[in-house]
Ligand binder design. Structure first.
Ligand SMILES: CC/C=C\C/C=C\C/C=C\C/C=C\C=C\C(=O)SCCNC(=O)CCNC(=O)[C@H](O)C(C)(C)COP(=O)(O)OP(=O)(O)OC[C@H]1O[C@@H](n2cnc3c(N)ncnc32)[C@H](O)[C@@H]1OP(=O)(O)O
Ligand SMILES: Cc1cc2nc3c(=O)[nH]c(=O)nc-3n(C[C@H](O)[C@H](O)[C@H](O)COP(=O)(O)OP(=O)(O)OC[C@H]3O[C@@H](n4cnc5c(N)ncnc54)[C@H](O)[C@@H]3O)c2cc1C
Length: 615
């Protein structure tokens, strides 16, 4: 067995180079997941409960900034369980389970993450050879983000637009080998590398992946829900969204993740607040623990309560997930929309609240909270990513809103599912006649708020269709900015206005409408307004914010600067701006200290022995 000291002699990760951090991540991961394999051999974990074990490891201090093997467990295996038919599960699951293959999950592309029906990667069926031809028609079609794909995984689940007999049938999942199992070299027709440094999760080895007419057997299409027969006939799924199942599972798991991260952050901040003494409550007294300040308690205690609330919620959501999936197996799809809406809502709410609470815990520790050694900045980097991956929070909340508005519109015609049954009673005028300062009273109050907001949303939908007029004169635009700023903060501080001013409910409702109209009015001038700051690209130093809008080319150019991408060389143009792609790649490769190695040496030193069960 490897010992930690063998690699970097206890040097904290912050002081390692990019390549050393990758080696450290690989080494720690194969050691950690060899334990999982040992537990498998001893029957202490199985394909049905590995998530607790793996979840604990992935959130542990051993893999503190993520793992290049994380996606293998987080999405590659769940996707096979969720999307592959029995024959395919028999073929792939044992190899995935004992890590003789390492997988990732490649759905997001440079050009699309949220709108998955707009993904550009194509999988075109060739009946003559009984194969699918995978192709990336544009730079924006390159898969971008899949964890572990940069230098680690040799297989991945790829989500692509399925074409057969000249017709597109939308996105489907395929299991695809991307690297040679012996040499780890990218296979011909595969363009692959890592995307570069990120705000956090820098041990995850996120990658990019492009296909150049790459052929796979027909049987590599995951065919549990939809199929393509040998002659190219398409057999559609019972429900078009069953293909989205892996995302629902991960959103549910993320809620558990947030419990772990929030518990850690508030433990650090509360213990520190008991140790830290600062200032005197009364002159001449000894300095008091900062935990004695009400302001400090205001910052921290709600996080303790939230950690418990999220744990209870996560367990309830897990039960619902299992209930609904058992019904799906029996062909009953009735509660699928509710599960989707619930998973969207709870993933978005718990990640956003956890990110806010972790940042508040950091601030509550003063300067020492800003130290990497406090682990609070690292934890913030981990949780804030969760607001984006597995469905960007705004988009997921819109999915929940869509479900709630539809539920409201069918209030009288359809039986309500358990989680929204309260809408029936909350609609009744008599439901909340007075306010009681009890837990039940507050919950009833929020149920009324939910009901009224849904009614407002339904009403707004109608109103929004009536008036959209804009006349962009500078004076008018500046007035709009003043208007926006005032209405934004009035709505943000509504509780104070309701407490201290005679603002009425009707006025609040029209304030909300006015706010949304102002957003709409400003939209056509939004880019012009930031151009007016006249910030040159050299000052912005951002791949996303450059004046020319060439976001994707710049992202790829920056990715190519990573030293890890020098091995092996990329075989194709990546749409670089000046067209000098090969000269630039060679220049970059010559800067890499390891460019003599066609494969990162960690494959032979750690990965291959691990995959062959020799560690
Ligand atoms: C073991 C693990 C331990 C620890 C680690 C844990 C966590 C770490 C996890 C992750 C980090 C690492 C990896 C990250 C991976 C990724 O990020 S993978 C990529 C994730 N990407 C997304 O989530 C994309 C988000 N976008 C979407 O999901 C969809 O585009 C959409 C926004 C839902 C819209 O879809 P679409 O356009 O097809 O649908 P609409 O036209 O809007 O119609 C909506 C109707 O469809 C129904 N619907 C939508 N989605 C689903 C679903 N998933 N299931 C069921 N039903 C669905 C919806 O209910 C509407 O129905 P209707 O109203 O009746 O029409
Ligand atoms: C750390 C990390 C790990 C990841 N790992 C993986 C992985 O392993 N595999 C994988 O496939 N992907 C992965 N992703 C990608 C992730 O799934 C996407 O980033 C995410 O789905 C958001 O898509 P996007 O980046 O295209 O953002 P966009 O969708 O472009 O969002 C940008 C902005 O547009 C807004 N917006 C977009 N659509 C709408 C709409 N309809 N209505 C209103 N506003 C909208 C959003 O709210 C947001 O403010 C990862 C991402 C991160 C950060």
């Amino acid at each position: 067995m490897l010992s930690k000291r063998e690699v970097f002699d206890g040097v904290p990760e912050e002081y390692l180079s990019h390549k050393e951090r990758y080696e450290n991540a690989i080494r720690n991961s194969v050691v950690a997941f060899s334990l999982v394999r040992k537990m498998q051999e001893e029957g202490k974990t199985s394909i049905n409960n590995y998530r607790d074990v793996v979840g604990g490891l992935l959130g542990s201090s051993v893999l503190r900034d993520g793992s290049p093997l994380g996606l293998h467990y987080i999405m590659f295996m769940p996707a096979i369980l969720n999307q592959a038919n029995e024959e395919q599960q028999e073929k792939w699951l044992p190899r995935a389970w004992n890590c003789s293959i390492i997988g990732s999950y490649a759905q997001t592309e440079l050009g699309h993450g949220t709108f998955i029906r707009g993904l550009e990667t194509t999988a075109t069926y060739d009946a003559a050879t009984k194969q699918f031809v995978l192709h990336s028609p544009t730079l924006t079609a390159y898969k971008w983000w899949p964890g572990g794909l940069g230098q680690t995984a040799n297989y991945c689940i790829v989500v692509a637009q399925l074409y057969t007999k000249g017709q597109c049938h939308g996105i489907h999942s395929f299991i695809i080998q991307v690297r040679d199992e012996e040499t780890h070299m990218p296979l011909p027709g595969i363009k692959i590398g890592e995307i570069g440094a990120k705000l956090g999760l820098n041990a995850v080895n996120n990658g990019f992946l492009g296909f150049d007419n790459y052929r796979i057997p027909r049987t590599n299409m995951l065919m549990k829900h939809a199929q393509v027969l040998e002659d190219g006939t398409y057999v559609k799924s019972r429900h078009s969204k069953l293909n989205y199942g892996a995302m629902v599972f991960v959103r549910v798991v993320i809620v558990f993740d947030m419990v772990n991260y929030l518990s850690k952050a508030v433990t650090i901040a509360t213990r520190f607040s008991a140790v830290r003494r600062q200032c005197q409550l009364k002159a001449g007294e000894t300095e008091c623990q900062i935990l004695d300040y009400v302001t400090q308690q205001h910052k921290l205690f709600v996080s303790i309560a939230a950690a418990h609330a999220f744990r209870i919620t996560a367990n309830k959501l897990w039960l619902t997930f299992n209930e609904v999936n058992e019904q799906l197996v029996e062909g009953n799809l009735q509660r699928l929309p509710e599960l989707h809406a619930l998973a969207c809502c709870l993933k978005a709410v718990t990640t956003a609240d956890t990110a806010a609470c972790v940042e508040r815990c950091r601030l509550a520790c003063g300067g020492h909270g800003y130290m990497m050694s406090s682990s609070l900045p690292l934890t913030y980097g981990l949780v804030t990513a969760a607001c984006t991956y597995e469905g960007e929070n705004t988009v997921l909340l819109l999915q929940t809103a869509r479900f709630l508005v539809k539920t409201y519109q069918q209030l009288d015609s359809k039986a309500l599912t358990p989680t929204v049954a309260y809408l029936k009673t909350a609609a009744a005028e008599r439901f909340c006649v007075g306010w009681s300062n009890t837990t039940e009273g507050i919950i009833r109050g929020f149920q009324v708020v939910a009901m009224r907001v849904i009614i407002m949303s339904t009403f707004n939908e109608e109103v929004q269709e009536m008036s959209r007029t804009v006349s962009p004169q500078l004076k008018e635009v500046l007035h709009q900015l003043v208007d926006l700023y005032c209405t934004y903060w009035a709505l943000e501080k509504l509780s104070d206005l309701l407490l201290y001013t005679p603002i009425s409910q009707k006025e609040v409702e029209s304030l909300r409408l006015r706010y949304e109209e102002t957003l709409t009015n400003l939209r056509p001038n939004a880019v012009g307004l930031v151009d007016a700051f006249d910030l040159r690209d050299e000052m912005l130093q951002s791949t996303l914010g450059s004046y020319d809008g060439r976001v994707y080319e710049r992202l790829m150019e920056e990715a190519m600067k990573s030293p890890l991408n020098a091995e092996p060389m990329l075989q194709s143009t990546l749409g670089s701006y000046d067209g000098r792609v090969y000269e630039r790649l060679m220049e970059e490769a010559m800067k890499s200290p390891l460019n003599a190695e066609p494969v990162n040496y960690t494959f032979h030193k750690y990965l291959k022995p691990f995959m062959q069960g020799k560690l």
